[in-house]
Design a protein around this ligand. Structure first.
Ligand code: PHE
Length: 440
């Protein structure tokens, strides 16, 4: 069997490429599909504040820890822990991440597939002349048919097609083009939404906090959403970190990616809530917000055909730059640890996810179990272990050396970072986790 050639390992070619790929991973259905309905269900602005607190105090430290682990080791998540902690069980954290990658990819790509159907419906003007009731039935009928499976498989093929081409010639090449397109479309849609009569009510909902809405469940949801949205806790960013050039400033990269992700989530809220309130539709409608509420709005809105089309292109692009990052975790693991070629790893990974996805697509129960176990349990648990690794196990001098590029750049955030990974992040993750699960 051919051994993986580590001396010839692929990497990102430019600073913008790194940011585009990592922000592309972070920005996805989590921002545009999940964030708005989670905000809607949990009372709006109060949730947003808790969310922002977690993003800064936990999100950035976990992300930076992942970059540090990946770039120090230059391996997939399992190989990284094996290299940095030889003979110790830390590699199980990497393995858990690879497991989470299978689960996330299976249900996430199902939702991405729905997006393709809605893009198709937008193109053929399928919402035209339909009542809200009919549009809502359309979603149910579609989900009960065989079409979601076909779209799911098509989406997996797109994902595999990019990943198979490699890091520089696949992932970086596409995300560099797709991310600016995404931003442009989102800005256009927000402007349209803000100019609708009655838009102010939606902004109030998003930005005016009502603290009585904060409950343990809201806090746990905010933590889970922060992990999911930032793509942290399962090794995606260990993997991407392992492809980052030794000259890049990891701290700045983590801050930029976090900022971009949060900014896009808020803009998505600005694009969606003013429209929702302007048309008098209640915001808490779970996963149907994007697939039922929005098509209803597009149908009634001037220029709806164009905005519907733009919106579902946006959603597909956002999803694609995320699915490739999750598949890359699996492919990097398989090709480096199981000694198969990138091509074989991509085929094998895609085929196994496809099988799991068939179940997720057909059964709401499987879908919910995968969603809950990965996003609410495995990501925070992985994140907790990752900060414990950096804060308590791994050599401080090595952490410092990786953050300062072997002492060549000055990173004033080193001390606050160490405080966060040692104390605040583990305690906060642990407490929220136990509290939210009803353990104390
Ligand atoms: N962050 C992605 C999103 O918001 C989802 C994701 C989670 C991607 C975990 C990779 C790893 O849509």
């Amino acid at each position: 069997m051919t051994k993986f050639d580590f001396s010839n390992r692929d990497s990102f070619g430019s600073k913008f490429g790194v940011i585009a790929a990592a922000a592309g991973s972070a920005i996805g259905l989590g921002n545009i599909w999940r964030f708005p309905y989670v905000v809607g269900e949990n009372g709006g602005a109060a949730f947003l504040l808790v969310y922002l607190f977690f993003v800064i105090s936990i999100g950035i430290p976990v992300m930076l820890s992942e970059f540090i682990i990946g770039r120090s080791a230059q391996r997939n998540p399992v190989g990284s822990f094996k290299k940095l902690a030889p003979g110790k069980p830390w590699y199980l954290v990497g393995l858990m991440g690879v497991g989470a990658a299978f689960m996330i990819l299976a249900f996430y790509t199902v939702v991405a597939g729905w997006t393709l159907e809605y893009l198709y419906q937008s193109i053929i003007n399928g919402f035209e002349g339909k009542t809200p009731d009919q549009i809502s039935k359309m979603f149910d009928t579609f989900r009960g048919s065989a079409r979601p499976i076909i779209w799911f498989l098509i989406f997996m093929l797109f994902t595999a097609g990019i990943v198979i081409a490699g890091v520089k010639n696949g992932i970086e090449k596409y995300t560099k083009v797709l991310m600016p397109v995404l931003l442009l479309i989102l800005v256009i849609i927000s402007i349209r939404s803000l100019t609708l009569p009655g838009a102010g009510e939606g902004l109030r909902f998003l930005f005016h906090p009502d603290f009585s809405k904060i409950t343990p469940k809201v806090i746990l949801e905010a933590l889970g959403q922060a992990f999911f949205s930032l793509s942290i806790g399962m090794g995606t960013l260990i993997t991407y970190g392992s492809y980052i050039n030794k000259k890049e400033n990891l701290t700045n990269t983590a801050i930029s990616v976090t900022f971009a992700d949060t900014f896009i989530a808020i803009i998505a809220g600005i694009a969606i809530f003013p429209a929702v309130f302007a048309f008098g539709i209640p915001p808490a409608s779970e996963e149907g917000l994007v697939y039922i509420t929005l098509p209803v709005i597009f149908e009634q809105m001037t220029g709806g055909y164009f905005f519907s089309l733009m919106f579902f292109v946006l959603l597909s692009v956002a999803a694609l730059t995320s699915t490739i990052s999750v598949l890359e975790v699996i492919v990097a693991y398989m090709s480096e640890e199981l000694n198969i070629t990138r091509k074989q790893a991509t085929f094998l990974g895609t085929a196994s996810v496809a099988v799991l996805g068939l179940f997720a697509s057909n059964s709401a129960a499987v879908f919910n179990v995968l969603n809950f176990t990965s996003a609410t349990i495995l990501l925070p648990l992985g994140g907790l272990l990752i900060v414990l690794f950096i804060g308590w196990y791994y050599n401080r001098e090595k952490v410092k050396s990786e953050m300062t590029n072997q002492g060549t750049i000055d990173v004033w955030l080193y001390k606050p970072f160490m405080f966060l990974v040692k104390y605040l992040a583990p305690i906060a993750i642990g407490a929220v986790f136990l509290y939210g699960l009803g353990i104390f």
